[in-house]
Structure formats: structure tokens, C-alpha cells
Design a binder for this molecule. Structure first.
Ligand code: DX5
Ligand code: ZN
Length: 221
């Protein structure tokens, strides 16, 4: 599977969101990564559900990659207008009723992904593999941009890759957190398919967005 790019909107210019979204839509990236935080599962709040809903009305060429860092994520699906083509990632650690939440994402016509935080072992996902379309390996602790990569992340990506390959299921491996210029190739070598690009790469100062997107796209393929 080719390397795909999902720029993280929370790292863009928050005072010019519509133009940031339109720039990405015109650059032909694959997804736009939309982080939602409830302030409880993680001690932070970023894009709210009305903004995530509004993004759907302005994108034509890219799809939403919605990362819900919240307890009881299903309560937000209507507010976000979850539907066809959306990736909806919910956290294993936040959902005691994960089978039910996955079913609710399917009912909306969207693609269920499970995100696991750095301290969660990949084997906990085995019972869900035939119900999901993707796994998000968090390579930082969820909640904040600009963090360093967590030790052991590459081994974890490789372990999840092995688990997916052994299942022979069509499951996308997404990596989220500190996907930097110097580490993204190693993440690719370990088996990542979809890369969340934020302040560690394409939203760094001193590089034009178009040049950054082109550079990252070539590095991950
Ligand atoms: C953090 C978010 C990430 C973050 C990535 O909880 O899930 O999407 O924006 O940004 P960097 O590249 O700064 O880690
Ligand atoms: Zn994210």
C-alpha cells in the first residue's frame, strides 16, 4: 500500500482555518487529520465538533481522518456529521464498550479505526481485527502536538504490522505523533501506511506548505 499523508489541522494556523483546509484540499493530500479532545481522556481541548462538522462542507478532494481522544466517543458522531469515507479513530483506553462503538461507526457508514496509546500493548486489539479498517499507533502520548517520540515506538509499529500481516486482513496502519522529517522513513520501514504530519514536519516554520507536502510524500513512498 502506498504511503498516505494526513496533515494535522490542530498544528495549522488556527486563526485561518478555512484557508488552511482549502490549501490542503488543493494540494491533494489523502486525508485531513482532525483531533478532538474532551479535556477528560486527555487534559486538553482542541478542535471542537462543530469545526470538525464544518470541515466536511469545504473539502472536495480529501477525506476526514477524525481522531477522537474522548470517553464515550459515540456521543459526538451526530455533531460531527460522521458519514461515508470518514476515518473515525477511537481510543481503546477510552472505550470499555469498544465492540459497540465500532458498530456505531459502521452504522454511520464510516471506517472504524482503533487508536492505542504508547502504554497499551498491540495484542489487546486481536479480538477486534475483523471489525476494523485501521489501527492508529500513537507514537506520542495523546493530547498535545510538539512532543518527542516515545521510546519503543518503532518496535511497536513493527509488531502491529506483523499482527496485521498475519491476519491477512486489509487493515491500514496509521502513525500519529512526532512524524518528523528524520523519523518518517524508519516508520515506513517498520510498516506504517498513513502518516499524521504536524508540527514535527509540514507545519514547521520556514518551509512552504506545498514544498513540505511534496517532501513528506516522497519520503514516505
Ligand atoms: C496529538 C495529536 C497529533 C498531533 C501531531 O495528540 O493526536 O495529531 O497533532 O502533531 P506532532 O507532529 O506535533 O506530534
Ligand atoms: Zn491525532
Amino acid at each position: 500500500m502506498r504511503g498516505m499523508l494526513s496533515p494535522s489541522l490542530m498544528c495549522a494556523d488556527m486563526l485561518n482555518l478555512q484557508s488552511e483546509i482549502t490549501k490542503l484540499d488543493n494540494l491533494g493530500v489523502d486525508y485531513i487529520h482532525l483531533d478532538f479532545m474532551d479535556g477528560k481522556f486527555v487534559p486538553n481541548v482542541t478542535l471542537d465538533s462543530t469545526i470538525i462538522r464544518a470541515v466536511k462542507n469545504v473539502i472536495k478532494n480529501i477525506k476526514r481522518d477524525i481522531h477522537i481522544m474522548a470517553f464515550e466517543p459515540a456521543q459526538y458522531f451526530d455533531k460531527m456529521n460522521i458519514g461515508k469515507d470518514d476515518i473515525v479513530s477511537v481510543h481503546y483506553e477510552a472505550c470499555p464498550n469498544l465492540h459497540e462503538v465500532i458498530r456505531e461507526i459502521r452504522v454511520c457508514g464510516a471506517n472504524p479505526f482503533i487508536a492505542i496509546s504508547p502504554d497499551t500493548k498491540p495484542e489487546v486489539l486481536k479480538e477486534y481485527l475483523n471489525e476494523i479498517d485501521g489501527i492508529v499507533v500513537m507514537t506520542v502520548y495523546p493530547g498535545f502536538a510538539g512532543q518527542p517520540i516515545v521510546k519503543g515506538s518503532f518496535e511497536k509499529i513493527a509488531e502491529v504490522r506483523k499482527m496485521i500481516d498475519e491476519s491477512s486482513l486489509n487493515i491500514i496502519l496509521e502513525v500519529d505523533g512526532h512524524v518528523s522529517w528524520d523519523l518518517c522513513c524508519k516508520m515506513r520501514e517498520c510498516g506504517a501506511d498513513l502518516f499524521v504530519a504536524g508540527s514535527s514536519s509540514i507545519y514547521q516554520r520556514g518551509i512552504e506548505l506545498e514544498d513540505a507536502v511534496n517532501k513528506m510524500t516522497s519520503l514516505i513512498n
